[in-house]
Design a protein around this ligand. Sequence first.
Ligand SMILES: CC(=O)N[C@H]1[C@@H](O[C@@H]2[C@H](O)[C@H](O)[C@@H](O)[C@H](O)[C@H]2O)O[C@H](CO)[C@@H](O)[C@@H]1O
Ligand SMILES: [Zn+2]
Length: 302
Amino acid sequence: MTEPPARRLLLVHAHPDDESINNGATMAAYAAAGARVTLVTCTLGEEGEVIPAELAHLAPDREDALGAYRVGELAAAMKELGVTDHRFLGGTGRYRDSGMMGVAQNHRPGAFWAADVDEAAAHLVEVIREVRPQVLVTYDPDGGYGHPDHIQAHRVAMRAADLAADPGFRADLGEPHAIAKVYWNRVPRSVVEEGFRGLADALPGSPFTAVAALADVPGVTDDERITAEAGGPAFGAAKAAAMRAHATQIEVSEPLFALSNGLAQPIFVTEYYELVRGESGAAPGARETDLFAGLGTEGMDQ
Ligand SMILES: CC(=O)N[C@H]1[C@@H](O[C@@H]2[C@H](O)[C@H](O)[C@@H](O)[C@H](O)[C@H]2O)O[C@H](CO)[C@@H](O)[C@@H]1O
Ligand SMILES: [Zn+2]
């Protein structure tokens, strides 16, 4: 049997498109470096809006076929990033997109926001004990911007990290595994402010006519909370191509993109993280430039 890659990264996201927006460059960088990159997406994004007019028929209030279509968009995005291991939590369609906070779909049977966290976490424990990642990436407690599926993905990911390590939990799901480092997706406020400063000048050459608010950028926090960065310009083209693959949700006109609200935002090719569990491998006060920093050979063999 061939040995699994030494470095194993697990990312947990709410909808098809979040992985490319938040971590596309990071995923491409580690895939290119031979690490095993595993993506778990919690819903199919069934309740999304649809940008291309010719695909409007897929919408939840028409054919309700958007989820199945976005499965294909996600597969195309993973090809652009070189990621071959992507799964849906509990199997394809197990949990449904809950819609934005406060809509009736939040309480629809099967909605991810209405799911039992421990039951959903058990599905993720099975993946964690199989893949045995040293690093986990997910959202902060607010899900980056308060979307119920993002908040729930955070809760399920953090709960699963605890349960996967517990030798008294569900031995049928595999040998216990403790994830060495857990990061939340973040964007430093100074980077957002800089990105938006130049944005108005880039609008004329783009298909966009209006600019998003800084508050629309998920995970914005004080610079001091950023402990790591990854990805980078070498993987900017792969990230943009992956975002473009999610054509029902994202319109890309590099260096900008817009979601279905049409409001332009900068594409961040360097991606930022806050280490919330485990030890930093960087010097005190410095940022890591590798999420696996400090794990050494012992960390790679887990
Ligand atoms: C990036 C992200 O999390 N997208 C979600 C989000 O989509 C937004 C939603 O449709 C909103 O109403 C629009 O104004 C905004 O432009 C969209 O990005 O919520 C969807 C429904 O839960 C979800 O499918 C989509 O992936
Ligand atoms: Zn999302």
